[in-house]
Design a binder for this molecule. Structure first.
Ligand code: CO
Length: 151
């Protein structure tokens, strides 16, 4: 009897401690078009996700040189300065300052018909932090931006 009971306790302990070891990957998608628009103004992600795989699609037809879009994540306090400083970095750098710690994550810059993904390590974000995503293509940031909300 005692032996059975202790076995059950042991199994229960394994179940409790094993669960957090499985990292939870969550996914989100956002579209964009030739009218300088994202399909969403906010993206919500559960606080129990460890990583977020974000996929951006460009549903327009214009090439990246004319209507490039990406998805860049930064603190809301940083994103406007990042967007403005990135204008001079050129398409080869996705119009973002090179090796800038203010960039939390960014996809490649894409043109019509293309798709790009990026994985965000959510353990680096504060659950009550304020985060903004935007397109860093010159002139797009003012129209293409939104909030990443951890809930
Ligand atoms: Co854009």
């Amino acid at each position: 009897m005692y032996r059975t009971l202790s076995s059950l306790v042991f199994i229960a302990l394994i179940a409790v401690f094993a669960a957090p070891l499985q990292a939870k990957t969550c996914e989100a998608e956002i579209g964009s078009n030739d009218q300088i628009e994202y399909s969403k103004e906010e993206i919500r992600v559960s606080a129990d996700c460890d990583t977020l795989k974000l996929t951006l699609t460009h549903d327009g037809e214009m090439p990246v040189e004319q209507m490039g879009h990406n998805w860049t994540l930064a603190k809301t306090a940083d994103w406007r300065a990042l967007a403005q400083e990135g204008q001079a970095a050129g398409l080869e750098n996705d119009y973002l300052p090179v090796d800038d710690d203010r960039i939390i994550a960014n996809t490649d810059m894409i043109g019509g018909g293309e798709t790009a993904s990026v994985t965000v390590d959510l353990s680096e974000l504060d659950a009550d932090g304020d985060y903004t995503f935007f397109c860093s293509f010159p002139g797009h940031w003012a129209l293409m931006n939104g909030k990443l909300i951890i809930e």
